[in-house]
Design a protein around this ligand. Sequence first.
Ligand SMILES: [Zn+2]
Length: 253
Amino acid sequence: MVNIKLEVADTPKTVKLFLENAYLKEYTCRVLKIIRDRGSRAYIVLDKSIFHPRGGGQPSDLGIIMKGAKKFEVRKVLEINGVLVHYGKLIGSNFTNGELVKCILNWKLRYSIMRFHTAGHILDYALMKVYGRTVNTLDAFHGPPTAYIHYEGKMPTEEKINEIEAAANEIVAKRIPVKIKYVNRENLYDFAFNAPNLNRLPKSNKYRIVIIENVNGIPCTGTHVANTGEIGRIIVSKCERTEAGFKLNYIVE
Ligand SMILES: [Zn+2]
């Protein structure tokens, strides 16, 4: 059994290309480490990556890493202390350390995640508008087939759900650019606004804020679309009561 944490303990942190450009579909990266698992399964660490790991409410990206006839199907991406570890299946012979390989993202899946994730930010705003205050979240899943956001507090009535949906789609229709800004701790509150969970934000010297002008500025390291108009329609498909609050299930189409 591979102890992956131990295996990557000395590996340099991976450059996360998706933080600067979520629209990178292909990129050439260098193999830093290959750790074989059972059969054709393996873990691959690269110097840079376009694959977003599972976490922060996002499912793992999928795709292919290849060089000539050598292929690796990326089935899961994990982050271990800043190192992105691509887990999957080797087809053909193994890569060698130091080799340059072509990474190709499953773009259909990623773009769908980007739309779902940005819709999540907009739903946070829509709830704030309807409740008259920001509503903290407990957890979320921004991916197909059905995404959800688990909010704290009282479950909205049917009428309020309709208001939330309308407020969200109004932001989509306005086609507002989605911008990224890096700020330090002193400037955090100049740029983070209308954001849930700010009181729980981990301490850091640098924050990445996802800003939708006049809507919200949320500290977030996920992948988003560049304009709210790309989302399409946001539909609240189901709302269910939980012990701590309610789960708002949603789709984008
Ligand atoms: Zn986000």
